[in-house]
Design a binder for this molecule. Structure first.
Ligand code: FVH
Length: 311
């Protein structure tokens, strides 16, 4: 499935506002899955007065929410029957299939916040549409304490049915910001995984940095941490340039710290790691890519050319 122009990535994340909902206008929806994340979403919707029907495979996990005003359902099928908008927040895609196996999805709007692969999202979309439902896949870019807390900056990437998204975007907003990223149901999951991958790369660098300094009695990891955080944040400003270079195909214009210079510095980083008895394993693959790119004509580039080496 390919995007159409109308599926273009929306340019802003709407704030996870806490709309004041009058009782007569109170939206109603069903939520399947009351793990840590599902419970956080449920509380955010209950806090703004929505009528929320909940179901969880292990019923005891619903008890606290029922005491807070959620409506219980005896089965997932019964919960689905209660509302037109049905949200799933389950462990994985297999659990979504299991939970919805006996539910009648005809005419329903199904929003799946379960983390999965792009392929799983596309297959689940086709599965839902074959059962008469509109489908939207969501990738949650937040951890539970960020839900219902707009100042924390959490948001959900959505892709799939734009009509569904436009119909329910206000209802979906209280737990976290909403960002529609296109009609391809797999694109929320793909961008979710891409963003998580960027995070793990950052964590790899941070782990190596802490390992270098923590053996020194005069360097406190806690005092070093803000230096590291500020440096990584400052260096993240090169990411937009990489994006622009990948689009233009010009990997050299505007580059101030070319790969050739950076590759020359690798020996300093590796020698220091050896002196500090720190394994370089988290950084060797990125160093190898930098060398390969510099040796094959990319010495005046920044990091965009390394993306070409990856795929
Ligand atoms: N928690 C987080 O920090 C991350 C943040 C980013 C997004 N993820 C994804 O969100 C999905 C839900 O995560 P969660 O934190 O709520 O996960 P758990 O607390 O482990 O709860 C899992 C729920 O799934 C139910 N479940 C599991 N298997 C089945 C099944 N076969 N049939 C029906 N329900 C199933 C489980 O039920 P129970 O164990 O209480 O009976 C929980 O309700 C997830 O995709 C994250 O990757 C969270």
């Amino acid at each position: 499935m390919t995007d159409t122009p109308s599926d273009a990535i929306s340019s802003s994340v709407s704030p996870s506002a806490s709309p004041s909902v009058s009782p007569s206008a109170s939206p109603s929806l069903t939520l399947l899955g009351l793990g840590a994340m599902g419970t956080a979403f449920a509380r955010a919707w209950l806090a703004v007065g929505y009528s929320l029907t909940v179901w969880n495979r292990t019923p005891s996990r619903a008890e606290a929410l029922i005491a807070e005003g959620a409506r219980p359902a005896a089965s997932a099928a019964e919960a689905v029957a209660e509302n037109g908008l049905v949200v799933t927040c389950l462990l994985d895609d297999a659990s979504v299939g299991a939970a919805l196996a006996d539910a009648d999805l005809t005419g329903k709007d199904l929003v799946d916040l379960t983390t999965g692969t792009p392929s799983e999202a596309r297959t689940r979309a086709a599965w839902a549409e074959a059962r008469g439902a509109r489908f939207l896949s969501g990738g949650i870019m937040a951890v539970p304490p960020m839900i219902g807390a707009p100042e924390a900056g959490g948001y959900v990437l959505y892709s799939g049915s734009q009509d569904l998204f436009e119909t329910h975007r206000t209802t979906l907003a209280p737990p976290a910001g909403t960002r529609f990223v296109g009609g391809n149901p797999g694109h929320a999951a793909l961008q979710d995984v891409a963003l998580l991958s960027g995070m793990y790369g950052m964590i790899a660098g941070a782990a190596h940095a802490f390992a270098l300094v923590r053996g020194e009695k005069d360097i406190s990891p806690a005092e070093f941490a803000p230096l590291l955080a500020q440096w990584v944040a400052a260096m993240s400003t090169m990411i937009p340039q990489i994006g622009e270079q990948l689009e233009s195909g010009d990997y050299e214009s505007g580059v101030t710290s070319g790969l050739a210079m950076q590759v020359a510095g690798i020996k300093t980083l590796l020698s220091t790691a050896q002196d500090q008895n720190v394994s370089p394993e988290l950084l060797t693959s990125v160093f190898d890519l930098m060398r390969r790119r510099a040796e094959t004509g990319g010495g005046r580039e920044g990091f965009a050319g390394m993306v070409d080496l990856l795929g």
